[in-house]
Design a protein around this ligand. Structure first.
Ligand code: ATP
Length: 230
């Protein structure tokens, strides 16, 4: 029902000054739902995510977060319960793992509940952790704050398959506690495994919206859409 929708984009368009890079974006995310935004490089996934976050302003349409459809900025949406992980790993490299966790809005123990394997490494400077550990730290910190909406941009960029799986599983677990999630992903198969709904983007527009379950057996269908086949 409409009440359950915690994040929506209605006729959304956005860009970087010289006109819209993405247009006519229609999206609804319910509590407990994982929505994956897929598409080739440059399709407009990051632009869409940053506009949902309030980092970019819409040039048309609007974003509705937790019933508020005003043009809120990221810091306002963060206070209202939105967590954002951008492509730049959101870790303070000079600080220790513990210090990173303590800078978050949540309890370190809640962060470690997601990734207990981090605990032995938290005394180290974050810059000395592996890329996977850094990303787990960043995700753990955001999830510990118990956001109602989580927006994550290419969490798994450049990371080993097992780490990708750990990260996406944690996202799924968070959703199962009621978080509404939007994931931008390059790993189509792994995204399909954790997502409920998939939006495929091409040249700034949605070319397919479908339940992930319908696409799991045929992920090639999605990559065909990236290039305009199928
Ligand atoms: P990627 O996986 O490469 O991040 P994407 O699907 O997330 O791809 P976007 O990053 O949203 O795509 O980029 C969409 C278009 O917007 C591209 O043509 C890109 O060149 C352009 N673009 C992205 N960031 C900026 C920026 N800061 N200023 C101007 N144009 C930008």
């Amino acid at each position: 029902s409409r009440e359950e929708i915690v994040l929506a984009a209605r006729g959304l368009a956005a860009g970087y000054g010289g006109g819209a890079v993405v247009s006519d974006i229609e999206l609804e995310v319910r509590a407990g739902e994982v929505v994956a935004l897929l598409g080739a490089n440059g399709a407009g996934k990051t632009t869409t995510l940053l506009t949902l976050a309030g980092e970019l302003s819409p040039t048309a349409g609007h974003v509705e977060v937790l019933g508020d459809d005003r043009n809120r900025r990221l810091h306002q949406r963060s206070r209202a319960g939105l967590g954002l992980l951008t492509e730049e790993r959101c870790v303070f490299m000079q600080l220790t793992g513990w210090q990173n966790l303590k800078l978050g809005r949540g309890a370190p123990s809640d962060a470690l509940a997601y990734f207990p394997e981090l605990e032995p490494h938290l005394g180290k400077q974050a810059g000395l952790l592996s890329g996977g550990q850094q990303q787990m730290l960043a995700l753990a910190r955001v999830l510990a704050a118990k956001p109602q909406v989580l927006l994550a941009d290419e969490l798994s960029l450049g990371l080993a398959p097992l780490i990708v799986q750990r990260l996406l599983e944690a996202v799924r677990r968070a959703a199962d506690t009621g978080v509404a999630v939007v994931l931008v992903e390059q790993h189509v198969r792994q995204a399909l495994r954790v997502a409920d709904t998939v939006h495929v983007m091409r040249r700034g527009r949605q070319v397919l919206t479908a339940p992930a379950a319908e696409l799991r057996d045929n992920p090639e269908q999605i990559t065909d859409l990236y290039v305009g086949r199928g």
